[in-house]
Design a protein around this ligand. Structure first.
Ligand code: SF4
Length: 324
């Protein structure tokens, strides 16, 4: 890496950033469902938490609804990447809907863990954010066994049947460091606390946080591209600030960047959440160029090659899942 002088401006571009395997699969699922069944294809909740992705799918004939009662009987409905509870599957069946499940396999893994722990008689402490769709879906696997824990401050109020039979799980898109602080507090209270069989915070969330940390301590300003309801994007702002960025902002696109943020800034870090198309990041880099910043230097901390197969209804060949 080049030596830096006080007058040298730089743009450090995090890698990995942007689309993860679960988001890529979910977006292709809606596109292929539109091709196969024709519009309208209903989608329960935002397919992924990015308003640009949602509006471009709307333009192609996807109709986003909050609940299944807005979907006409017999229509096709896609479940979003964040997953749904068994009650939603049952409602779809009752209403004779044709369902296509775009739940990320890494969310399904957490659902399976919840069922297994609940079946084994454990009380489950689910670390996550109240109201997030993924948390609602996971909690719905065993509503009488799962309690939500939003952070260390919640730990003292937890009541369990048997303190020796308690397990924890988490939402897939949390801050790794904050989650481990909550787990430490839980373990102080429940020394026999059982861990999930493998990390619930997914590879994409973890990789994007590691890349941001690598950049943030050098950055006067960190720009995170992502929508306000995207948990992993919001966490990237927090991680950047904790890792030493002097300022960090989340924006949906370049138009939201305020010129004043760039005043006196030498080093800008740029990244994006797991539901963000790279075209939006390119828009940010173009804007920085207009403000006199040089071409971005990519700072890569991991390679990602994971691809998930499409839902079975849309699978034509293995290649179909890997052409984007
Ligand atoms: S962020 Fe992780 S859990 Fe969520 S869709 Fe992407 S890979 Fe799946």
């Amino acid at each position: 890496m080049r030596g830096m002088t006080s007058s040298e401006r730089r743009v450090l571009l995090a890698a990995p950033r942007g689309y993860c395997a679960g988001v890529d699969r979910a977006v292709i699922t809606v596109e292929k469902a539109l091709d196969k069944y024709g519009p309208p294809v209903y989608v329960r909740k935002q397919i992924v938490h990015n308003k640009h992705v949602v509006s471009s799918l709307e333009a192609r004939g996807a109709v986003f609804v909050d609940e299944l009662d807005s979907v006409p009987e017999g229509a096709t409905v896609v479940f979003s990447a964040h997953g749904v509870s068994p009650a939603v599957h049952a409602e779809a069946e009752e209403r004779s809907l044709r369902t296509i499940d775009a739940t990320c396999p890494l969310v399904t893994k957490v659902h399976n863990e919840a069922r297994r722990f609940a079946g084994g008689g454990q009380d489950i402490l689910l670390i996550g954010h109240a109201g997030h769709e993924e948390v609602e879906g996971t909690a719905g696997e065993a509503p009488d066994r799962i309690q939500l824990v939003e952070g260390p401050d919640d730990v003292d109020r937890i009541e369990v049947r048997d303190p020796s039979r308690v397990a924890w799980l988490s939402q897939t898109t949390l801050s790794v460091d904050e989650t481990m602080q909550t787990v430490e507090r839980l373990r102080e209270r429940f020394p026999q606390l059982i861990d999930p069989p493998s990390d619930d915070i997914c590879y994409a969330t973890q990789n994007r946080q590691v890349a941001v940390k690598e950049i943030a301590h050098q950055a006067d300003l960190m720009i995170v591209v992502g929508s306000a309801n995207s948990s992993n994007s919001v966490r990237l702002v927090e991680v950047a600030l904790e890792a030493g960025a002097r300022a960090a902002y989340r924006v949906d696109n370049a138009e939201e960047i305020e010129a004043a943020w760039l005043d006196g800034v030498q080093v800008v870090g740029v990244t994006s959440g797991a539901s963000v198309p790279d075209s939006l990041v390119e828009g940010v880099l173009d804007l920085l160029t207009e403000h006199g910043f040089p071409a971005a230097e990519e700072v890569r901390t991991a390679e990602e090659r994971l691809i998930f197969a499409l839902p079975p209804e849309l699978r034509t060949s293995r290649r179909a899942a890997s052409t984007r």
